[in-house]
Structures are given as structure tokens and as C-alpha cells.
Design a protein around this ligand. Structure first.
Ligand code: MIC
Length: 307
């Protein structure tokens, strides 16, 4: 009998679930909005990534975060990002789950097949909008809980450790905090793994939700210049949050850098003052060396004389 000493890599969903189930575990994920941002985040040492839906709408479609992205858009984007480092957990935005329980069920199976480790599903209506905009419309608590129930059933149906994150946008609605808490507790009852209170307005509410959901992992959405005051990773952790995402960490600075560069090119006809980036630097960031190794290992000739 032959033995194989190399254990198979741990599936990223299992990795994520283990961190979340460890009472001292903490997940800290930067937003990535496309392949390049994912590459840069990985090269910066992040070991969990967050695919922002707002950033996906902006980078893939050039559109605002107002429900224009469909399941195929989000799934394809997530699959591409997850494929760049198949062992790194990717948490992805799943908006409303894209319909009724059957749609949510199917969306979760699609994300699992795409290699996504976990996703958040919210209680806005189908025509949702970014959680940091005004006049959001909510579905009833029953509809929300049925979305979560469908998501949990989907992951269980394929024996996946996929992490289901229940997001409520109810804080901004008429029922305020009490209604949001009721919804999160309902989602917990339906088997969600993590609570996500969207648009937390102050530190007092941060502490309150942690206390009120004691024993259950809570996510902090750190959208800078949104409704939530900026807190550091250390502070979030000290407050008791177990997951923290920074959705705009890549896309906001990228937009600023592009604006500056395009403006300069348009007005001066030259690109000056930028940090030097050669084509090889860019391709190197995107895995050129690994592809050269793949080619050589297979006995290919393509890169024998260098690139
Ligand atoms: C977390 C979020 O769903 C996202 O798409 O990244 C957004 C972020 C944003 O648009 O500010 C949200 O909070 O709704």
C-alpha cells in the first residue's frame, strides 16, 4: 500500500469557518474589486479577501451600487478573484441573494462552485442600493429569514463549510435598532453564521450590538466616509467584532490615482510624476513568473529565452 504524506489543502470555506468558530479568531479583509486589486492585496499579505459588490458594479459594469449587477456578473467576478489564490478565503457580497428562496439557494450553490468561502445576504428589496445611501426599502423579517434559511440549506445540501453572513439594513428604517436586532436574531435562529448590522452610526451602537448578540460573531463594515465612523482594526477587535471588511480599501484610492493620472495626461500630453511601473512590473504582479514556471515544467518553449 502506498501512503501519501502530503495532506490536501484545506478548503478556503473550511478555513474561514474555523476562524469564525474559534472564539478568539478574527477576520480582517480588504475590499477587492477586480483581478488586479486582488493580486495587490494578496501581495500585501492579506490572507482573507472581500469582494465588494459596490466595487464589482463600478469596475465590472461602470455602474453605481443600485442592484444593476446580476448573479452571473457577481458569480463570474467572484470566481475569477477566487481562482487567483484558491487557498485564500474570499468573502463575497451576495446582495439580496437575487430573488426568492430558490434563487438564494441557487446563488449559494453557484458561489460555492465558484470557490467563494462565504457571503452576506441582506434584507433589502430586490431593487437594493448601497447600505450607506438613503431611502432603502426592506423586505419583511419573514422574507429575510427565508433567504437565510435557503442559504443555510443550500450549503448543507452539498456539505460545504460556506459561511452565511446575515446582513440587516433595518437600522436605517422605522424600527431602528430594535428591529435590526430582531432580524439578526431571527437570522441566527435560521442558522446564519455571522451577523452584519449595516450602517452602524456610532461606537455606542457597535458595543451594543456585540453585547446584544453575545456569543455570535459580528461583522463590522468599515466603509470610510459612509455612515459608520472610522475605527481601526485593533479598536474593532477590542470592541468584540470578529470580522471586519474594508470594502473601498482598493477602489477608492484607485479612482483617485486614475483621476490624477488621466487629468495629467489630458492636460499635459504626458505621464509625469507617476511611480515607475514597467509592463513587466504589472505582469509580475499578475503572476507572470508562475506562468513561466508552468510552461517550463511542461517542457514548453515559449519562455526559454526569457520574457
Ligand atoms: C459592503 C457593500 O455591500 C459592498 O458592496 O462593498 C457596500 C459598500 C458601499 O457601497 O458603501 C454597502 O455597505 O452596501
Amino acid at each position: 500500500m502506498t501512503t501519501n504524506n502530503t495532506s490536501p489543502p484545506i478548503h478556503p470555506a473550511t478555513k474561514l469557518r474555523r476562524i469564525i468558530e474559534d472564539p478568539n479568531g478574527f477576520v480582517f479583509a480588504p475590499g477587492v474589486h477586480d483581478g488586479l486589486s486582488a493580486r495587490v492585496a494578496l501581495a500585501s499579505g492579506f490572507d482573507v479577501l472581500y469582494m465588494t459588490g459596490a466595487g464589482t458594479a463600478a469596475s465590472r459594469l461602470g455602474q453605481p451600487d443600485i442592484a444593476l449587477t446580476t448573479l452571473p456578473d457577481m458569480r463570474a467576478h467572484a470566481e475569477m478573484i477566487a481562482s487567483l489564490s484558491p487557498t485564500t478565503p474570499l468573502i463575497a457580497d451576495m446582495d439580496t441573494g437575487f430573488g426568492g428562496p430558490s434563487n438564494v439557494h441557487r446563488s449559494v450553490l453557484e458561489y460555492i462552485r465558484a470557490g467563494v468561502a462565504g457571503a452576506h445576504i441582506e434584507d433589502q428589496t430586490q431593487q437594493k442600493r448601497c447600505g450607506h445611501l438613503s431611502n432603502k426599502q426592506l423586505v419583511s423579517m419573514d422574507v429575510f429569514v427565508s433567504r437565510i434559511r435557503a442559504a443555510v440549506a443550500a450549503r448543507k445540501s452539498v456539505g460545504s463549510d460556506f459561511v452565511v453572513i446575515a446582513r440587516t439594513d433595518a437600522l436605517a428604517g422605522e424600527g431602528g435598532y430594535e428591529e435590526a436586532l430582531r432580524r439578526l436574531k431571527g437570522a441566527r435562529g435560521a442558522g446564519a453564521d455571522v451577523a452584519f448590522l449595516e450602517g452602524v452610526p456610532d461606537k455606542e451602537t457597535m458595543g451594543r450590538v456585540i453585547r446584544d448578540l453575545e456569543g455570535w460573531p459580528v461583522l463590522l463594515n468599515m466603509v470610510e466616509y459612509g455612515r459608520t465612523p472610522t475605527v481601526s482594526v485593533e479598536e474593532a477587535r477590542a470592541l468584540g467584532f470578529r470580522v471586519m471588511i474594508w470594502p473601498f480599501a482598493g477602489i477608492a484610492p484607485a479612482m483617485v490615482a486614475m483621476k490624477t493620472a488621466y487629468k495629467e495626461l489630458k492636460s499635459t500630453g504626458l505621464m509625469k510624476g507617476q511611480e515607475k511601473v514597467t509592463p513587466k512590473d504589472l505582469f509580475g504582479m499578475c503572476g507572470l513568473d508562475e506562468w513561466v514556471k508552468v510552461d517550463m515544467a511542461a517542457g514548453g518553449e515559449d519562455f526559454r529565452n526569457g520574457v
